[in-house]
Design a protein around this ligand. Structure first.
Ligand SMILES: [Zn+2]
Length: 248
């Protein structure tokens, strides 16, 4: 039977069964296929891959695997320096924008708090998540490996951490978000842009006493939610400081 030999690097080992992590994988196969299909059949979703080398040469996802091929697969964090690298996808074109699956509502609120355009609904279907991610060039963040393997997904990442604060640190590190944070510029509830508003305009919508204690107010241009620098704001600010400190 034809056989290919795979080696997955660094964070990609997360997706492999224990007995295949960090070692050469002997992979017999019974029909010819693209290197992308073979990699995904071993467990690794294509959006996590930044570079593939077959017999030392950088190749694209559609390359057909030949018998005896030695295949190295790299994530963004571990791409080796070589002269002629085949780019698997265009570099992400803008400030990061995200779409999150239904398990990541808290993370969505945090990303909005940091000022990143982040779509989240608890009733998105998988197909919709994948398609919107593709159509709007959004990075799909998910805890569903199968979703990331969908062909239309271009930019995506599987969240390893389960703790919400560590998830925020993980994403901050993965996408270098730290230098791009514009805190409290988006509505945590709806992702709308937030702008300053005069106290007089909203005083009747504030809880008792709030109007007296605070000077600065912001309002969401989409849903009308009002924000001020109260206890909730302070808690969020210190969470943000903590996460950004940890990713230094
Ligand atoms: Zn809003």
């Amino acid at each position: 039977m034809p056989t290919a030999y795979f080696r997955f690097h660094d964070s990609l080992n997360f997706f492999l069964p224990r007995d295949q992590k960090d070692r050469l994988i002997t992979h017999p196969y019974d029909h010819r296929g693209s290197v992308k299909d073979m990699i995904e059949s071993l467990g690794v979703p294509h959006p996590e891959i930044e570079m593939i080398a077959i017999n030392g040469r950088s190749v694209d996802f559609n390359t057909i695997v030949q018998h005896g091929a030695s295949i190295n697969v790299y994530p963004a964090s571990a791409v080796p320096e070589i002269r002629a690298r085949t780019i698997l996808r265009d570099p992400y074109p803008t400030r990061p924008a995200f779409i999150l699956d239904q398990h990541l509502g808290r993370l969505a609120a945090y990303l909005r708090m940091m000022g990143f355009d982040t779509l989240y609904r608890n009733d998105y279907h998988d197909e919709e998540l994948a398609q919107v991610s593709h159509d709007e060039t959004r990075i799909l963040l998910t805890r569903d490996i199968g979703l990331l393997k969908r062909g239309v997904v271009i930019y995506g990442y599987y969240i390893r951490e389960t703790n919400r604060h560590r998830q925020l640190a993980e994403i901050t590190h993965r996408y270098n978000l730290k230098e791009q944070v514009v805190p409290f510029s988006r509505c945590m509830k709806c992702n709308g842009l937030v702008e300053p508003v005069e106290r007089d305009q909203i005083a009747d919508q504030l809880p008792e006493g709030t109007a007296r204690y605070y000077d600065t107010f912001h309002r969401c241009t989409a849903c009308g939610q009002i924000y001020w620098r109260g206890a909730h704001y302070q808690r969020m600010q210190s969470l943000l400081d903590e996460v950004l400190k940890d990713t230094e």
